[in-house]
Write a protein that binds this ligand. Structure first.
Ligand SMILES: NC(=O)c1ccc[n+]([C@@H]2O[C@H](COP(=O)([O-])OP(=O)(O)OC[C@H]3O[C@@H](n4cnc5c(N)ncnc54)[C@H](OP(=O)(O)O)[C@@H]3O)[C@@H](O)[C@H]2O)c1
Length: 284
């Protein structure tokens, strides 16, 4: 356990460091060991529905079947342990980027991180989100900062952009692509030139464009946009935070689909404030 945490911490801390202070050799070694652990996991869990991790064979795998701990204690890696270990890795937003890197993914993926009222609305009909902001408890860490840290850019709809423009400050440090027929031909506000683009591309074409721009993990935001990306199979996972309030009517997060979309539940956390956050992976 200690060794695993150490390996993960090594990768995570490395990702958080400035580029010139990273330790590629140490991380490569940690990744190789973790890849071996994933291989064992794959062997144990390959028949389970929804299993997605693919790792190559590694000669170091046998080493991981027993862990030694300080003081001489050691224990065997049981299936229960490995399942819990993998669950912890995938459930934590903080681990998701290193895990994604370990898996060697090069394809662009979409990720939603959004809050809804208990009756499923992300905003009132006029776009108001005060009911949401007023229930935020700044003393609680809901994972947004670690989520956004691992994101290369944000794609959002005009509805979300128009709301963000009413804020005192532009809240994003990552590049933003706004999808909108209405705004596509409009000039970008001069203070946001290097950070914002408008486009009327379709969801798939937009993902292709972002991929060509070097983005790998995209934060997909706005109810209509999330739904249209989901319909196209362009969202990998969703962190949905339910706020303990019923607002009766408004802009929904989800809507009509031509076919069901199955989700794997990864984790749910309840906060003292009453917020309940669930993490789902979209099944392929
Ligand atoms: N609760 C939360 O965590 C949360 C998060 C984000 C946003 N919000 C709130 O939600 C509201 C915005 O969400 P929303 O669902 O109304 O709008 P949205 O998804 O942000 O934007 C929808 C608009 O995007 C454009 N669009 C371009 N391509 C599209 C496509 N493929 N599919 C759908 N729309 C496309 C359309 O405008 P054109 O007609 O110009 O093409 C459409 O009207 C705001 O009030 C915002 O503050 C809440």
């Amino acid at each position: 356990m200690v060794k695993e945490l150490f390996l993960n911490a090594k990768i995570v801390v490395n990702v958080l460091r400035p580029e010139d202070q990273r330790d590629p050799l140490g991380v490569a070694e940690a990744r190789q060991i973790l890849a071996s652990a994933y291989e064992i996991l794959n062997n144990h869990l390959s028949n389970r529905a929804g299993w997605q991790v693919k790792v190559s064979r590694s000669p170091t795998a046998p080493r991981l079947r027993r862990f030694s701990m300080p003081g001489g204690a050691s224990f065997r890696l049981t299936q229960t342990f490995l399942t819990a270990y993998f669950g912890r890795l995938t459930a934590s937003v903080l681990y998701s980027r290193p895990l994604y890197d370990i898996q060697g993914n090069s394809m662009i993926t979409g990720h939603a991180f959004i809050a809804t009222s208990l009756d499923g609305f992300i905003a009132r009909s006029d776009g108001d989100i005060q009911w949401l902001l007023s229930r935020d408890d700044p003393s609680e860490d809901h994972g947004y900062n670690s989520f956004i840290r691992d994101i290369d850019g944000i794609v959002m709809g005009r509805g979300s952009y128009e709301k963000v423009r009413t804020f005192d400050e532009w809240p994003y440090t990552k590049p933003v692509l706004v999808l909108s027929k209405q705004l596509a031909a409009s000039p970008v506000p001069s203070n946001l030139h290097s950070r914002l683009r408008f486009s009327n591309l379709s969801p798939r074409a937009a993902m292709d464009r972002m991929e060509r721009d070097g983005w790998r993990r995209v934060y997909v935001d706005g109810g209509q946009i999330i739904l249209s990306f989901l319909r196209e199979g362009l969202i990998d996972d969703m962190v949905i935070t339910r706020i303990p309030v019923l607002i009766g009517a408004g802009r929904p997060l989800f809507g009509p689909l031509s076919e069901d979309i199955s989700l794997t539940h990864l984790a749910t956390k309840a906060y003292p404030s009453g917020l309940v956050q669930s993490h789902y992976r979209v099944k392929r």
